[in-house]
Design a protein around this ligand. Sequence first.
Ligand code: SCA
Ligand code: 5AD
Length: 681
Amino acid sequence: MQNHKPYYTRDDISDLPHLSSLPGEAPFVRGPFESMYRQKPWTIRQYTGFASAEESNAAFKRCLAEGGQGLSVAFDLATHLGFDSDHPAAQADVGRTGVAIDSVEDMKRLFAGIDLSQVSVSMTMNGAVLPIMATFIVAAEESGVPRQQLRGTIQNDILKEFMVRNTYIFEPEPSIRISTDVVEYLSQELPNFNSMSISGYHFQEAGAEPALELALTLANARAYLDQIADRGIDLDAFCHRLSFFFGVGMNFFDEIAKLRAARLLWSEEVERRGATSDRAKRMKMHCQTSGWSLTAQEPQNNLIRTTIEAMAAVFGGTQSLHTNAYDEALSLPTDHSARLARNTQLILQHETGICDVADPWGGSYMMEALTQAMVNKVRGYVDDIDAQGGVIAAIESGWVRDRIHESAAQTQAATDSGRRPIIGVNRFVSDEELQSSTRQIDAESLIGEQRHRLQQLRERRDDEAVDHALAALSASARQQQGNLLALTVDAIRARATLGECTRALLLSWPRYRALSRFSPNAYAESRRHDASWRRAQRRVETFSLNNLRNPSILIVKLGLDGHDRGARVVAAALANAGFRVELSPLFSTPQQVLQQLHKTGFDAIGISLLSGAHLALVQELKTALDREGYADLPLFLGGVIPKEDQTRLEAIGIQHVFGPGTPMERIVESILARVALNATE
Ligand code: SCA
Ligand code: 5AD
């Protein structure tokens, strides 16, 4: 998979222009700072958030007490999509993948007892960036911290939401206005706050290989720079508040090369646009080890994978790092697994001497050659995007989603065929079941609590002031005037909720709906000659000959979970095996699933869920199916499902749960066997 030479020599680096630069010097291949980790090691910043503001606050404090150096907030999906916790569409997802925030009161409880003038806070928020940034600003204001002292980062990278992450609310055009309003407001009001964290991580999680990840990140960054320049913001004064975010997977050498190449390409880009200061040209980045590389089988192996990935991030010169917990292929981290994940970084910082030397790989024949190869490959992708008219055109044409989907499907095919070894999954598999406990979220009492708090907020506030502020927000959207973040801060200060601020904008800008698609050839190209895949295909063929039709399956994404890499790869594999496959739109309700069933019958339904909301959502769908006469329709489930939930899911009516790492032939054969049973009855 990694295309490396057996060894490298002086000839491989003889004409590389970047070789003579030092750490802290343009083009910053060797790191953004001269002293690097000797002066300040990277920030240990663990992504954390679940259930209520209080529970997450306790986790933040534990995190800081145990050696964490910055905070990084994970919000739940309801918050991401602009729903208050009492909204009917959000019920199954409240508090599951992050903390539920409805108002400034929740935000104040989230940071109670934490000094925001001292700790920098990153917030992964894109779709609902206006109300979340506003609640943070007002919470700090009311706790007495001046805006100038607030340090942190808001992700505010909406383009990649349309490409992969899927937590958008509005269509691309208004969404870009929102993100640029946020940049403009923060550049004036919160000079120490990074107003965008332009993300490659999510491309990697969705399946992109490192060069594609970097190319898409830079393409998005260029689109943002165009917007920022249009507002007349001076790049020299501002660029250092654009931050980057990359995933680091198991391609050890290439990942280091990617981070070095990223700095070089960014420095060139900013310089090309006329900026001259080093501060503007030096790229700063956060990294996260790869969630996709973690396995549900023998989860403790993930500690080892994460350590290796963390080392690549540090050798690459990251400024901030999240190390995944070993149980993340099963559920959110427990206190114990979160502690081990953090200790991975503490051990690297304190026990290894890694912080003593800046860019220890500098000058290596191999690393310098790989860095240049990465630069060249990325430039090639960026040229492809430019040739299509830029990144927005490439999103609209489906080019981006198709490239990532192909890359994901090829990786899955390489894993299933064994060409890409994964210990405990396709090599050296162990039968031993290692039980590890998982974090449980008591969503029912959380929703009750949030409902109660929302009621209290609405009773105590001045409704007229709220209506007035929300009307100003709607007007600004309609008339294309004013700064949306400034107006949202006013509304939030008057105690408008996150859902209300979102609704005020939805009056002018409808909710965006995307189509999900897959390509049947993406998976199987490289498996044509694999015996086990051919066998699965033959079984489907036999079914089709016997029944004079192909078996069929509807793959559905339920609730607010937008992670669709798995659903699309499974759809591609099943289609290639000979199934007739349809993929439901993201965020489908049971009602929409029934409509699809009424329109075209299916032999089975495959549900994909990574949000932890499986028990409630599967039950809801099953009840609807039974009511409408589909009680016999076999249901399958794939995703991040803790072992202890499997019996309950079977009792609801799930035939089989497929965890991460299940080979496609096993999925095909087990669905086919069940469908065949129905067909002969
Ligand atoms: C640092 N400094 C130095 C130095 N090292 N100065 C001189 N010499 C050195 N060696 C300075 C910096 O310039 C900066 O000052 C200050 O010290 C703080 O250091 P820093 O390097 O900027 O570190 P930090 O404050 O931690 O900021 C890191 C970064 C920021 C810039 C990358 O954006 C960040 O924290 N990002 C985190 C993003 C995040 O957590 N994302 C989670 C996504 P100045 O500021 O004055 O320059 S999780 C996700 O999305 C995945 C899951 C999902 O939901 O999909
Ligand atoms: N807390 C901790 N880690 C999380 N992740 C996602 N949500 C949370 C959370 N609330 C991590 C997982 C996942 C990646 C996207 O981020 O590792 O794979």
